[in-house]
Write a protein of this length. Structure first.
Length: 332
């Protein structure tokens, strides 16, 4: 994420960083909270760069000096990142951090640490950190990141300046992707699926994603024709393309958006649809489904998504879904 993107996407965060540095009022501890994809970690790294950047003329980090570059590559001796070791952040990890911080800063007189998924600290780790936060050194800055603020100990929250990151409106992400020359049909879906500019952009550049979209449309077209044809799409294309849970989940999301589109067409809200190259197909098939049926189909897709976590055989899962999506259909 660039400084410009931070200013556009989370202007209050950019302003907070600039003001606190300008006025020499950098807090000892910050807690960045907000949904996945809102750019918390990127903002923490930008904060670090802004603090350590050797070119202090502008408000934004230069990205080219040795400090900016070392922070970017994770090699700055005075900037530490703590991430969960397996499923949790362990006490030893916090102790190591403390040990590291009792040494004088190697190059500047400041040190900064970022704790990613701070809600995953074990109770012991959280208590260790709490002691650490209670004896702040003037030159230490902590940035805790979390998607689940309610899971952080209140005693820790009360020692941090809490900064909330907002989810970006889909339109904003979509507009950005279009500026980058991403075709409309991929831009809309990528924006809706990710809620995140960077992830959406990466996804839209991925052939796998474009192919995934095609297979979803193929499945829908087959469902409107014959049960057997839909099964063939599953066996010949779907299962070999969506090969793990994450990919299956995305495939089902893509299918869900398609049925949502069908509902929009039925409700006369065609400007909302994501698969606008399929508009004629949707208009044709509007006579095949009632609103209630589409709602049932969407429910079936969501149930299939939930079943992904039960380790059900993917082929069985998809074949059952196809059956449900054919249920009550007025055609053979
Ligand atoms: Zn710099």
């Amino acid at each position: 994420m660039s400084w410009k993107a931070l200013e556009t996407n989370q202007p209050h965060v950019a302003k907070m960083i600039v003001n606190s540095i300008r006025k020499g009022r950098v807090a000892h501890a910050y807690l960045f909270e907000g949904q996945k994809g809102t750019g918390k970690k990127e903002a923490a790294l930008l904060f670090a760069k802004r603090l350590f950047c050797l070119t202090n003329v502008h408000d934004e980090p230069c990205e080219t000096c040795v400090n900016c570059r070392r922070i970017q590559s994770g090699n700055h001796p005075d900037v530490h990142l703590v991430v969960p070791d397996g499923n949790s952040i362990k006490k030893q990890q916090i102790e190591q951090l403390q040990e590291e911080f009792t040494k004088t800063a190697v190059e500047s007189n400041r040190k900064l640490y970022i704790i990613e998924h701070a809600d995953q600290m074990t109770v012991q780790a959280a208590n260790s950190l709490l002691k650490f936060l209670e004896e702040p050194s003037a030159k230490t800055v902590a940035i805790l990141l979390t998607e689940q603020l309610h899971r952080i100990l209140p005693t820790i929250v009360s020692r941090c300046q809490v900064i909330s990151f907002h989810t970006l409106p889909t339109e904003q992400i979509y507009a950005y992707l279009q500026q980058q020359g991403v075709p409309r049909e991929l831009a809309i879906l990528a924006a809706r699926l990710t809620n995140n500019v960077q992830e959406a952009f990466q996804l839209s550049q991925d052939d796998w994603f474009a192919q995934a979209r095609k297979i979803v449309i193929q499945l829908y077209e087959a469902l409107n024709k014959q049960y057997v044809q839909a099964l063939l799409v599953i066996q010949q294309h779907w299962l070999s393309h969506f090969t793990n849970k994450e990919q299956m989940s995305m495939g089902l999301d893509l299918l869900l958006y398609l049925y949502k589109d069908l509902l929009y067409v039925l409700l006369g809200e065609e400007q909302q649809i994501a698969y606008d190259d399929c508009i004629n197909e949707f208009r044709r098939s509007r006579f095949l489904y009632s609103e209630k049926q589409i709602a049932q189909h969407m429910k079936a897709i969501l149930q299939a998504k939930a079943r992904l976590h039960t380790n059900m055989n993917p082929q069985l899962l998809m074949e059952q879904l196809v059956l449900q999506l054919r249920e009550g259909s007025a055609f053979v």
